[in-house]
Design a protein around this ligand. Structure first.
Ligand code: AR6
Length: 174
């Protein structure tokens, strides 16, 4: 199976086949990791996003779409939209978050990517509890990798931007 690892840092600096963006449905940018990716990658990423929305409409929570990476060192950017957390419908939010990881892995494999870096989707502005999100992320990734026997991926990196997420992921993976 592909190797899972934890990395502490800024996902925009990562020279991997694909980085994943925690976007919103408009795909037109925002704060957090989304803002950082568009700032560092330059305007071509936004142009690609606009073209996708014009052709297919907004990106629904749990879905993922692919753009170029502009000036980033990564090969492509996979934009996925996480759930906005609320106590009501928590199980649905788990499923939507799991879908973000599955759909992003599928997109990475479709583009023959070997290594993909994920941020901690939904755990910032969208308010998903970090511990719960980390479990969902790791379980969804392992389940997907176990079910897909023939794919290009050999390394999945969970990029953590804060102490709490780094500690949670290291408990689950190291
Ligand atoms: N590298 C890696 N992780 C980062 C970086 C970075 N440069 N910057 C922030 N994080 P968030 P969400 C972490 O809020 O909760 C945007 O406005 C951050 O510490 O970026 O899915 C979008 O447009 C947190 O752990 O995404 C949406 O409107 C994680 O990335 C909305 O926020 C996710 O935090 C999406 O909210």
């Amino acid at each position: 199976m592909a190797e899972l690892s934890v990395h502490r840092g800024d996902i925009t600096t990562m020279a991997v086949g694909a980085i994943v963006n925690a976007a919103n449905s408009s795909l037109l940018g925002g704060g957090g990791v989304d803002g950082a990716i568009h700032r560092a990658g330059g305007p071509s990423i936004l142009a690609d996003c606009r073209a996708i929305v014009e052709a297919h409409g907004p990106c629904r929570p749990g879905q993922a779409v692919v753009t170029g990476a502009g000036e980033l060192p990564a090969g492509i950017v996979i934009h996925t939209v996480g759930p906005i957390w609320s106590e009501t419908g928590a199980a649905d939010h788990d499923e939507t978050l799991a879908s973000c990881y599955r759909e992003s892995l599928f997109m990475a494999a479709t583009h023959n990517v070997r290594d993909v870096a994920f941020p901690n989707i939904s755990t910032g502005v969208y308010g998903f509890p970090k511990s719960r999100a980390a479990r969902v992320a790791v379980n969804a990734t392992i389940d997907w990798l176990e079910q897909q026997t023939d794919h290009s991926l050999d390394r999945i990196i969970f990029v953590c931007f804060d102490d709490e997420n780094e500690g949670l992921y290291r408990l689950l993976i190291d």
